[in-house]
Design a protein around this ligand. Sequence first.
Ligand code: NDP
Ligand code: GDR
Length: 318
Amino acid sequence: MRALITGITGQDGSYLAEFLLDRGYEVFGMVRRASTENFERISHIRERIKLAQGDLLDPSSLISVVRDVRPDEIYNLAAQSFVPTSWAQPALTGEFDALGVTRLLEAVRNVDLPCKFYQASSSEMFGKVKQVPQNEDTPFHPRSPYGVAKVYGHFITVNYRESYGMFAVSGILFNHESPRRGREFVSRKISYGVARIKLGLDRELLMGNLDASRDWGYAGDYVRAMWMMLQQPEPEDFVIATGRSHTVREMLDIAFRAADLRWEDHVRSDPSLLRPAEVDHLVGDATKARTGLGWKPEVSFEELIEMMVSEDLRRLGG
Ligand code: NDP
Ligand code: GDR
């Protein structure tokens, strides 16, 4: 089997590549040109994967990649994935996260390849939630340009399935983290901040909304669900979540305690980190994935945060 992963240099791309290599897949990753290579997360598997140049903005590059690689499965993980940036760069976010999906689906059609297609949809589509917990039937009300773009990406995937009979599925994944998470996201910002404070490199950590609550899981568990969705007899969409929600405050508590510190002694509020419109509370209902795919998360919230703190301490030499 041959898989093509867009966004292979990101958090999920690197875990998914490892997962597929372990299953004997030939793994190709699509990477975009940057002035400096950003292959840190895939350096340990660099010799076992093949890379092809392409950009979600550039239709002909997508056609070339799909035509040259001829994958059995495509995982479209590439995106502008940081929610605050989507207010600063709303049109670019829409180009990547919305129209980029159409461009890639069109490339598959253009090459006329009978491959399976996975789209990385997001719990941010639920936004101002209409129902608690959220499942595959919960209506969307996105609260950021990112969420809006992801709703487009979600429905264009559904539409290509319905219009052309493609095996195209959308995984609605709730937040998932790991030691490879970008340092701008809240979990890694905290784990990295705790490690720096513990080692005397910093004294305080500036934070935004501590009341926001999310359903946080471990990225390694979530990439397994992506693959499972493409092994089903029929293409269907699934919510992937732990079913438990925690506040940012609880995350701070666990992370600082893991380093024998008290968050109240170090965290300061920075109003500039508050978002123009916030998603207050997300919690997913992954019953369909549990019964239909046989998927369940293995790593708990506490284990996840402790793992991230301990890995950042190790990296910083603590
Ligand atoms: P990351 O931000 O870690 O990775 C994003 C990847 O997309 C990087 O490899 C990046 O490449 C690539 N990329 C960005 N723009 C383009 C472009 N124009 N052309 C080609 N590649 C591009 O994201 P995650 O791994 O955390 O998330 C993977 C996907 O899942 C994203 O679509 C995200 O929106 C979605 N998602 C993530 C969740 C999470 O909690 N992590 C939850 C739900 C959905 P480069 O290295 O060059 O920047
Ligand atoms: P999110 O993740 O926006 O949910 O999107 P993020 O970790 O950025 O924020 C989670 C919550 O924490 C609050 N918060 C802070 N966030 C950041 N980044 N920095 C802070 O200092 C801070 N203080 C409080 C936020 O307000 C928010 O409520 C992630 C991304 O991976 C998306 O690509 C993905 O689709 C969704 O998860 C599901």
